[in-house]
Design a protein. Structure first.
Length: 117
């Protein structure tokens, strides 16, 4: 079955960096786009970054220039490198395989990122 397992979250000071990983299994990873979302307390889940199967990327305006999404198809893993972190980046970050055709979407369990001094 499809599984997405995030890791790499934690507590970091403003201006710091974290690298999130999402290990995927149960499907042909290289043929799917992948996405990172985040959800802060009392806020709706928002799309942070996406990467196509071919490696094209797109970002939310709030993270452009600070976050980088990438993928390693040999390791079935998608990454989110987060630099210059701000308190406003505090949220639970989720890995997502989007819905394609009749195939449903899948979500990881999330990893907490807290940016605080």
């Amino acid at each position: 079955q499809v599984q997405l397992v995030e890791s790499g979250g934690g507590l970091v000071q403003p201006g710091g960096s974290l690298r999130l990983s999402c290990a995927a299994s149960g499907f042909t990873f290289s043929t799917y786009a992948m996405r990172w979302y985040r959800q802060a307390p009392a806020k709706e889940r928002e799309l942070v970054a996406l990467i196509s199967a071919g490696g094209s990327t797109n970002y939310a305006d709030s993270v452009k220039g600070r976050f980088t999404i990438s993928r390693d198809n040999a390791k079935n893993t998608v990454f989110l490198q987060m630099n210059s972190l701000k308190p406003g980046d505090t949220a639970v970050y989720f890995c997502n395989r989007p819905k394609v055709g009749l195939a449903r979407d899948y979500w990881g369990q999330g990893t907490q990122v807290t940016v605080s001094s």
